[in-house]
Ligand binder design. Structure first.
Ligand SMILES: Nc1ncnc2c1ncn2[C@@H]1O[C@H](COP(=O)(O)OP(=O)(O)OP(=O)(O)O)[C@@H](O)[C@H]1O
Ligand SMILES: [Mg+2]
Length: 377
């Protein structure tokens, strides 16, 4: 798949931007704070209805404006489609595919998949569990678009449950029948999410392990999934349990934590509390790995994402690389650029072209960004 056209209105620092892409390799060059990352953010938003950096959609609207608009022409399986998102300051965002309104997020994001690699991702291991869950959930959405509805449903039930817990004011003698209803719904959606996450990570690890070994030559990479209601899962081996087993365990844990949850007025167990641990040669990478070793892990994971999408949906995702080349040493840079197949549309941002080999620059479409204006070189 590839993006042919991107139009922005009141998106971040852009009042009006209109870009046409004619190549698979695209480079945005510009000094700091010109709007390079903003462009990648817009493309990423089309594929996940979420930003990799904004906490709220409103941050995307240009200051002092009432709405923002992202419009794009995408080609997938040789079919062109037009995607449009409108985010108003007041009210819900509106989505259109070929001019037709879509109320289901999955019907929108199924039209485009991206893999995004930013300098922030290099901190994936050191970051918070929240960062890791966000990465994982958005990566899954690129392959299973309907996962986004399950996640939204889970979050909605969790919010309702939390609101209800607050009304109980820590009184464990209250009538808890409504809490049981929330817990039952939470268990069904939550076990589904957990099951999908474990299976996705298992498949991703198989590919990432191989890529990691190629870059680091002799180190063995692996990951565990840390669930708040199951024993730690070694993702290396295929998960032997069924979704029914997960549901049973989650239900049991919800029962066990009930009193605690009422007293603390918080949902204490479920996939919103889970995490991932990374290991190199069986040693926990977060604590002991060097910066370079951590970068290799992230690089291997991102390239694995790209390959897994290709295997699952039979077309290449669009790769977005935000400033990462400057952060990687020569070996990792070359590995990354070599690993990207010619068929993968790659949009790279950089302050200059210094990090690119002459060979790479031969067939690249270069845009320069200065004072909010994008000019094709
Ligand atoms: N909602 C908004 N409205 C207007 N301007 C915004 C908004 N959000 C961000 N900006 C501005 O957009 C500018 C460009 O941001 P961006 O992160 O894309 O820069 P960049 O070119 O990637 O820079 P760097 O090289 O430092 O990463 C920033 O100066 C920021 O203040
Ligand atoms: Mg940037």
């Amino acid at each position: 798949m590839f993006i042919k056209k991107l139009q922005l209105k009141n998106f971040r620092n852009y009042t009006d931007a209109d870009i046409e892409f004619s190549k698979k390799k695209i480079l945005f060059i510009g000094k700091n704070a010109q709007g390079k990352t903003n462009l990648l953010e817009a493309v990423f938003y089309l594929s996940s209805l979420n930003s990799f950096r904004a906490k709220s959609d409103f941050e995307l609207i240009k200051w002092n404006e009432e709405f923002c608009n992202i419009k794009a022409e995408i080609n997938k399986y040789d079919i062109n489609s037009e995607l449009e998102i409108n985010i108003p300051l007041q009210g819900r965002k509106k989505l259109k595919v070929n001019g037709i309104n879509k109320s289901k997020f999955s019907e929108f994001i199924s039209n485009i998949s991206t893999v995004c690699f930013t300098t922030n991702d290099l901190l994936l291991l050191r970051g918070t569990p929240d960062d890791r869950r966000k990465w994982l959930d958005l990566a899954i959405c690129q392959i299973f678009p309907s996962y986004i509805e399950r996640l939204n449903k889970y979050n909605k039930i969790k919010t309702q449950k939390n609101n209800y817990l607050k009304t109980l004011k820590g009184n464990i003698q209250s009538d808890l029948s409504l809490l049981d209803v929330w817990n039952e719904q939470l268990a069904i959606t939550g076990s589904n999410i957990t099951y999908i996450r474990i299976n996705f990570l298992h498949e991703l690890l198989k590919i990432a392990k191989d890529k990691h070994q190629k870059i680091s030559s002799d180190e063995i990479f692996t990951m565990n999934y840390n669930s708040s209601f199951l024993n730690d899962i070694e993702l290396e081996s295929k998960y032997p349990n069924t979704i029914e087993y997960i549901l049973e365990q989650f239900t049991l844990q919800l029962q066990e934590k009930k009193q605690d949850e009422i007293i603390r007025a918080q949902s204490l167990t479920g996939p919103h509390r889970d995490d991932i641990t990374y290991f190199i040669n069986s040693i926990e990478a977060k604590k002991y790995a060097s910066q370079g070793q951590q970068r290799t892990i992230v690089l291997a994971l991102k390239l694995a994402e790209l390959q897994l999408i290709k295997e699952k949906i039979n077309t290449n995702a669009i790769l977005l690389l935000d400033d990462v080349l400057a952060e990687l040493d020569d070996i990792r840079q070359n590995y990354l650029l070599d690993a990207i197949g010619d068929d993968t549309q790659t949009i790279i941002t950089s302050v200059d072209t210094l990090h690119f080999q002459h060979e790479y620059l031969k067939d690249v479409e270069i845009f320069e960004i200065k004072d909010n204006i994008i000019i094709k070189n």
